[in-house]
Write a protein that binds this ligand. Structure first.
Ligand code: ATP
Length: 345
């Protein structure tokens, strides 16, 4: 396959746990695709904390700031009070307000055929702002736990506009706004109202509907085919996107993109999976699909499509599957099967 003419500068974070194994797999696959990135490799996560005393070193932030593009393996956050999630800090630092989580049935013969859902999660507001504390009563310092979230009209409008624009660009038909405005009338009511206001501009082009989050969760397992694009708040998006990953074979198949005005970071949705780290059995698909999203982002859609097709062929036609998908292939064997498919394409 012809190589990309110019190498695109990007930051590479191998991450913790299974991160190094699955990121290595994605480098091999990108190479087979002729995709050229000028990687600046940096450190982050628990490994970085052990090595440098900082889970998110300054050099890493500066590298991403300069390149405005990164591919990352899962980053674990050091245990203990005082450490905020490294992933949340990255989203905040670079104002990555749109979290794009596509789910598609690559593994045929499973519970649901033809799942093709794009979930867009607001990535910087809601309960994730982390305003929480204990209220002491008598001699119990933790008698009451209080947590507050916020949504801003500006933040709601920004994510809704992003989502409708994305839906139009991708030729999607419908956006489902998911909320809990019957109970959290203010917090998620503002989200719903603002999204519906934005939807008016797309009348005739994109159908819009709303669903309460509990009903949405049930509908997803009853009939996922009814969903096209889902737009929701930070916490609901976190939960629903894991549910949706479960419809298509689990977390091993779920990529994510964190996208802002000036910067984008692509990643696997799953965590560092310490239980299987270093064993060579992790499914690298999520980070491979994240790499495909990154190729889309830099205008290399044909290569992204080739990669997605190769994954579908390998898991469904060749029957080469990692353990989490019910197979026996290790990370290496699975990656080699994808590279073979790409070389034959
Ligand atoms: P974190 O707190 O970092 O999110 P976690 O343990 O809560 O970590 P994951 O690391 O995502 O969550 O793992 C959840 C389960 O899914 C684990 O049993 C793990 O082994 C499995 N898992 C996650 N990613 C993969 C993968 N790529 N391949 C195979 N199994 C995976």
């Amino acid at each position: 396959m012809q190589k990309m003419k110019r190498a695109v500068p990007a930051t590479l974070l191998r991450g913790d746990g299974i991160g190094p194994e699955i990121v290595e797999a994605s480098l091999d696959v990108l190479d087979a695709l002729g995709a050229r990135f000028e990687w600046d490799e940096q450190d982050a996560g628990v490994g970085a904390f052990q090595r440098t005393g900082d889970p998110l070193p300054h050099a890493t932030l500066e590298s991403i700031r300069k390149r405005r593009l990164a591919l990352k393996g899962p980053l674990a956050t050091p245990v203990g009070e005082g450490f905020r999630s490294v992933n949340v800090r990255l989203r905040e630092e670079f104002k990555l307000y749109a979290n794009l989580r596509p789910a598609y049935t690559y593994v045929h013969g499973g519970r649901f055929e033809n799942v093709d859902i794009i979930l867009v999660r607001e990535n910087t507001e809601g309960y994730y702002v982390g305003f929480e504390h204990y209220i002491p009563i008598g001699d119990d310092p933790r008698a009451v736990a209080e947590g507050t979230g916020f949504n801003t009209r500006e933040g709601c409008r920004r994510i809704a506009e992003w989502t409708f624009e994305y839906a139009v660009r991708q030729g999607r038909k419908k956006v489902t706004v998911v909320h809990k405005a019957n109970i959290l009338k203010v917090l998620t009511g503002l989200f719903l109202d603002t999204a519906m206001e934005v939807a008016k501009k797309y009348q005739g082009r994109i159908e819009v509907e709303d669903k309460i989050v509990d009903n949405c969760a049930m509908q997803l397992v009853l009939n996922p085919g009814q969903f096209d694009v889902i737009l929701t708040t930070n916490m609901f998006g976190d939960i629903l996107s894991d549910e949706i990953a479960g419809l298509i074979g689990g977390l091993g198949m779920a990529p994510g993109g964190n996208i802002g005005k000036d910067c984008a970071i692509f990643e696997a949705v799953h965590g560092s999976a310490p239980d299987i780290a270093g064993q060579g059995v992790a499914n690298p698909s999520a980070v491979l699909l994240a790499a495909a999203m990154m190729l889309d982002h830099v205008g290399e859609q044909p290569r992204a499509t080739l990669l997605r097709d190769a994954i579908e062929r390998v898991v469904s036609d060749d029957g080469v599957r990692t353990r989490d998908l019910g197979g026996t292939a290790g990370t290496r064997e699975y990656t080699d099967a994808i590279v073979r498919r790409l070389r034959a394409a």
